[in-house]
Structure formats: C-alpha cells, structure tokens
Design a protein around this ligand. Structure first.
Ligand SMILES: Nc1ncnc2c1ncn2[C@@H]1O[C@H](COP(=O)(O)OP(=O)(O)OP(=O)(O)O)[C@@H](O)[C@H]1O
Ligand SMILES: [Mg+2]
Length: 396
C-alpha cells in the first residue's frame, strides 16, 4: 500500500500514531501534577523498562500534559558524559527565564539567577548566566551537590508557586548518571519535596535504575515510584495497530493481527516495525496473513541490522562472547555463574569486568543479585541466530 500514507513510526522516541496501553502511568502523572499544584506531597515517577518499550515517548507525553496545564517543562537525555550539575543548571536557567516574564515574580527570578550563577561557579559547570548579575552567596553554593541542588529546586519551586505555575524537569536514560550524582539528585529532591512546592523531576531509564539508588535507596523509595513498562497488553497491542489503520480506511484480518502480536512479543518498537512493513506488503486496503508473512522477513532483516546489530557492535570481542554465552543459556535472566562456566572460566571474578563493561554500555542489566539479562527484547534470539558462541573467536 501507499508508503506516503503509512502511519506507523518505528524509531527512537518517535511518537506513535496511537499511544496505547499507558493509561495507568498517564493517570499517575496527572495526579502528581494535580497534587503538587494544591501543595500536597506526591511521589514522582521513575519509569523503567527495556529498550524500545516506549519510555522516551511516555516522557514526551508527560511533557505535553504538563505544558498544557501551564507548567514549565524541560527535558534532557543523560549520556555517560553528562554532568548532573550542568543539566540541572541549564534547565533551571530556562525555567527562571520563562518565569521571569511574569511581572509578579520578576525580582525574585532575578535573584534566583544570581543564586544559580553562584551554583555554576561552585560546581564549575559552564552555563551562560548574564555577567552583569551580582553573585548571590550563601544559597546553592556549599559545594555539597545534593544540598545545592535542593536549594536550587526550592528557589525555583517557590517562584513557580508564587506565579501559580509549576516546573517539571524530565530526565531520560537516567541509568547513565554516576551513582554519586544520582544520590545527589535524590538528596536534592528530598530537600525540596519537604517544602511541598510545585516542582518535580520525572525520569526514565533501564531496569537497573532502582538499584542505582544504592545508599540513597530508602529516600528514593519514598520520593519515587518505579513503574515498569514493557510489552503492551493484548488489547493495547491490537489497538496500536488497528486505530491508525482505521483512520486510513485500512483493515487487518484477525489472523494477521494474531500473527503480528506473536512475532512482535507485543513490544512497542517491534509493533511499529510490523505495522510499517505489513502496511507496505498489504494490498487493496487489507492487511492479511499473506502480507504479514511477507513483512516478517523484511522486519527480521531490518531489526537485525538496525536494532540488534548496532548494539552488538558496541561490545568488544570479549563482551560479544559474553553476550553469546548468555544467549546460549536461553531467554530470560541467567545466572552470572552459568555464563562464566559457558565461557570456560571457573570464577565470576574473572568475568566480572566484562559483565560490568556490558552493564555500563547498557547492553545487559542485573535484574537481581547474581543474575544478568539483556536490556533489548528478543536479543537472545538474535545472538543465537547471528552470532552463536561457537562462531565467535575465543580470546588468546
Ligand atoms: N504505547 C505505545 N503504543 C504504540 N507504540 C509505541 C508505544 N510506546 C512506544 N511506541 C513506539 O515504540 C518505539 C520505541 O519508543 P521509545 O523510543 O519511546 O522507546 P524507549 O523505551 O525510549 O527505547 P530506548 O530504551 O531504546 O530509548 C517508537 O517507535 C514508538 O513510536
Ligand atoms: Mg528512549
């Protein structure tokens, strides 16, 4: 069918034509904003889930909801190079410049910019704050990141409250924060949450996230809930395919839908890929099993090259062998000890650095102590098909 009108959107962070199956998270988020607006405490959200399940898209939806309610919202994707202080300083600056437009809080916002200036000097992050501003010392410049972040959030939150607005900071790929920075964020949030101000930080990341909380864990659990998103439910997955087609007067046969749901494991990114290719192979405004069969071959090869292979290539040869060894053991979480034995070692201390390297790169995570699993759905299957352990050269 007509490629021009194809509604499906496989991609990273590409908004789906129908965002389905996420009502609980959307409702929880709306409740969070609503409660903060009336000065009631509420736990924020750190969304966790595997690659391609729709975390970024959900954060974008949150951002849209917040803006619609009159909040200031700003989002940042964390990388392994990111410094939290710089991210927060940049977003704080944007928020203050936005709030400053309101006459009522103009002077306070100006003072807060001076505080922010002191913060950027103390932390040594280069964020462009107007030079003519005086330095406001004594707030957010102690050098203790958690404390200073807390001060900044309180400053901005108080101004937002006075302006009858709210401020939302969104952080994607939070698992890339260094542990110390994540702990500082938690400490800062803890400081500002006690004041019940209309400001919050919402995040998303890989399932390793709750563990990252480490020392700050008990605080983190009070400040955040950790909703896990994953494969869509059966009805939500069907709707994600059917609704966009309906709008174009295209229909799926029931058995075609059944097949796509089975092949895709109901994972959002895979659903979009199947939707896109079945649309292209379908004829006469109908997507039937024949179209799905033709699409299946195409999707597998696109997924192998675009989705799986790029990730495999990020691993060193030793890490690639580790990935292959996890896959040999089957689907789902595997014991690190079993992986170690697969590789011909006797102790997990020998394979520990390889495992840690893969976790750092976000290719695997540890769902529980002593277990490892892939962060990419259906990756084990890809490894077994394309890079079986027996075919990867052993290290010398
Ligand atoms: N609820 C949903 N319904 C239908 N399609 C969805 C849904 N959520 C996400 N998608 C689609 O899935 C794909 C992946 O979404 P997104 O990039 O947000 O995932 P992610 O979890 O952020 O992945 P990564 O961990 O790789 O960053 C996109 O093509 C998006 O359009
Ligand atoms: Mg994402």
């Amino acid at each position: 069918m007509d490629a021009l009108r194809n509604p499906y959107t496989p991609g990273a962070g590409t908004p789906p034509p129908a965002l389905t199956g996420r009502d609980p998270e959307l409702e929880q988020f709306a409740l969070l904003l609503g409660r903060l607006e009336i000065g009631r405490p509420e736990q924020s959200l750190l969304i966790t889930g595997l690659r391609g399940v729709g975390k970024t898209v959900l954060l974008d939806a949150f951002e849209g909801i917040a803006i619609e309610r009159g909040w200031f919202a700003s989002s940042t994707e964390i990388t392994s190079e990111t410094r939290l202080a710089k991210v927060i300083a940049t977003m704080t600056r944007e928020a203050l410049l936005d709030l400053r437009r309101m006459e009522r809080v103009r002077d306070k916002a100006r003072r807060a910019l001076s505080i922010l200036k002191a913060f950027t000097i103390t932390t040594g992050v280069g964020v462009d704050i107007r030079l003519e501003l005086d330095l406001e010392e004594g707030t957010a410049d102690s050098g203790d990141l958690g404390r200073d972040l807390g001060d900044l959030l309180v400053e901005v939150g108080s101004i937002a409250q006075e302006a009858e607005r709210g401020v939302l900071f969104l952080l994607d790929e939070v698992q890339f924060l260094e542990r110390a920075e994540f702990e500082a964020l938690i400490a800062g949030m803890h400081r500002s949450t006690r004041r019940q101000l209309p400001i919050t930080v919402v995040g998303a990341g890989l399932p390793s996230l709750p563990k990252l909380a480490g020392e700050a864990k008990s605080y983190a659990e009070r400040l955040f809930t950790f909703p896990t998103i994953g494969a869509l439910s059966d009805p939500a997955a069907r709707l994600a395919l059917v609704e966009p087609a309906d709008e174009e007067d295209v229909r799926f046969t029931e058995d075609a839908l059944d097949q796509i749901l089975r092949h895709s494991g109901r994972y959002p990114y895979f659903l979009q890929q199947y939707g896109k290719h079945a649309w292209l192979t379908g004829t006469d405004s109908v997507i039937d099993v024949g179209a799905v069969r033709r699409a299946h071959e195409l999707v597998l090869s696109v997924l192998d090259t675009d989705f799986f292979h790029v990730r495999f290539e990020r691993a060193t040869p030793a890490e690639q062998r580790y990935l292959a060894a996890v896959a040999v053991l089957g689907d789902g979480p595997q014991r690190s000890g079993d992986v170690t034995r697969q590789l011909g070692y006797t102790s997990t201390t020998e394979t520990g650095p390889i495992r840690d390297g893969l976790i750092k790169k976000g290719l695997i995570y540890s769902p529980r102590h002593g277990l490892v699993d892939f962060t990419v759905p259906l990756f084990a299957n890809f490894m077994r098909r394309q890079h079986p352990l027996a075919e990867l050269a052993p290290e010398l």
